[in-house]
Design a protein around this ligand. Structure first.
Ligand code: PLP
Length: 396
């Protein structure tokens, strides 16, 4: 620094430009919300503690060993033996796009079940990667029957079928039993969106013949958003490995990501692709461990029992669910907004008065339903009853 306070070199000019004073905002203090909307739900306290542990390097043997634990536990919660089962860096949409970017080749026909908000997102992605996209439509809140899916496969002969297992916009659960096997008869891969089902709703990926599935952490796993589970079957891996071209997304190229997450170098050596989000990986590791400690059957049943209780209590205060009980998701309930009630006014009241977040309807269901999530850590009788009490007060 020269005696006049000026930097000697323009490369290291330490005087600030005339923009603004340092915009210091004080210590972060988010309001203590009870998150009962479509997600994120409240993270489990143990997950938050795990996320505050000291970082280690992403190539540290201890980190790689933890990554193996994550992969093993993910296989368990998804009931799959798929070797390629990993946490993708990014939220659920990143793993969703990873499915499309890696498995769709230019000109492939991609059929997608569109009975809510997230099917059209798959279509949008397929379109961007050069697929010939075909919408299979149903009203929001309904699901596709085996026969309807078979007829659509017969008519369009797609290379990929995308179905949303748990449609967060409608609260409907798409049955997937037998659908993978059906797809394989037509030489088609099945992609399933499990964002709102993973660990809270029965998922039997191998039994159902699902070839690719993606999920989020911020719903039934009760971990903040930031990494997203992804799995590919051998069929899906074979399609990816046989591609003559490069995957059209550098960050989400799973052949390259595998070199780090799976170890495809000599002797299984791992090489750097991108820096794994260390604290997020701690979070998902702890969230999966909590699910494993509870046991999957117990966890699925807890979600079901709490949801059934919630539905009965809703009925007692004169509220109705949008989806027929047979296909209703235990993790996310859409509740019909009664005639003459301003849905957004009620969600605002719950937030302001009770620090409670519930979701408004989306798309075709905007203004018609509320979306209430009782997921993971929040799938509890006390939380269900608190939501009912707040709704009752808000509607009185
Ligand atoms: N699919 C479904 C069914 C979802 O509910 C969501 C998010 O809520 C996504 C995909 C996208 O996930 P994210 O918002 O974490 O990117």
């Amino acid at each position: 620094m020269a005696a006049n306070g000026k930097a000697e070199s323009p490369m290291y000019d330490y005087t600030l430009d005339a923009i603004a004073d340092a915009p210091s905002k004080g210590v972060l203090n988010p309001p203590p919300r009870l998150l009962c909307g479509p997600g994120p739900g409240n993270a489990h306290p143990r997950v938050l503690s795990a996320m505050s542990l000291p970082e280690i390097g992403h190539l540290d043997p201890a980190f790689l060993s933890m990554m193996e634990d994550i992969k093993e536990m993910l296989r368990y919660v998804w009931q799959t033996n798929n070797a390629f089962t990993v946490p993708v860096s990014g939220t659920g949409s990143a793993a969703m796009e990873a499915c499309v970017a890696n498995l769709v080749e230019v000109g492939d026909k991609m059929l997608v079940g569109c009975n809510g908000y997230f099917g059209p997102r798959l279509i949008d992605m397929g379109d961007r990667y050069g697929a010939e996209c075909i919408e299979m439509k149903k009203p929001w809140g309904e699901v596709f029957s085996y026969e309807e899916i078979k007829a659509a496969l017969e008519e369009h002969k797609p290379k990929i079928l995308g179905l949303v297992h748990a449609e967060t916009s409608t609260g409907a659960c798409q049955p997937l039993e037998g659908i993978g096997q059906l797809c394989h008869e037509y030489d088609c891969l099945l992609i399933a969106d499990c964002v709102t089902s993973i660990s809270g709703v029965p998922c039997h990926l191998d039994k159902w013949g699902v070839d690719a599935a993606y999920a989020g952490t911020q719903k039934c796993l009760s971990c903040p958003p930031g990494v997203s589970p992804l799995t590919f079957s051998q069929r899906a891996m074979d399609k990816l490995m046989a591609r003559p071209d490069k995957v059209k997304n550098w960050y989400l190229d799973m052949k390259m990501v595998a070199s780090y997450l799976v170890g495809s170098g000599a002797g299984g050596a791992r090489s750097y692709h991108h820096t794994a989000p260390i604290s997020m990986c701690y979070g998902i590791r702890e969230a999966l461990n909590i699910a494993c400690e509870e046991g999957l059957e117990a966890r699925w049943k807890r979600h079901r029992e709490v949801a059934e209780f919630f539905w009965v209590e809703l009925e007692k205060i004169g509220l109705e669910c949008h989806v027929s009980k047979e296909y209703r998701l235990p993790s996310l309930t859409t509740v019909k907004v009664p005639e003459g009630v301003d849905s957004k006014k009620l969600t605002k009241l719950l937030l302001d008065k009770y620090q409670m977040e519930i979701g408004n309807g989306l798309g075709d269901l905007a203004g018609k339903v509320w979306r209430i999530g009782l997921m993971g850590y929040n799938s509890r009788f006390d939380v269900a009853m608190t939501v009912v009490a707040a709704l009752k007060d808000g509607l009185s």
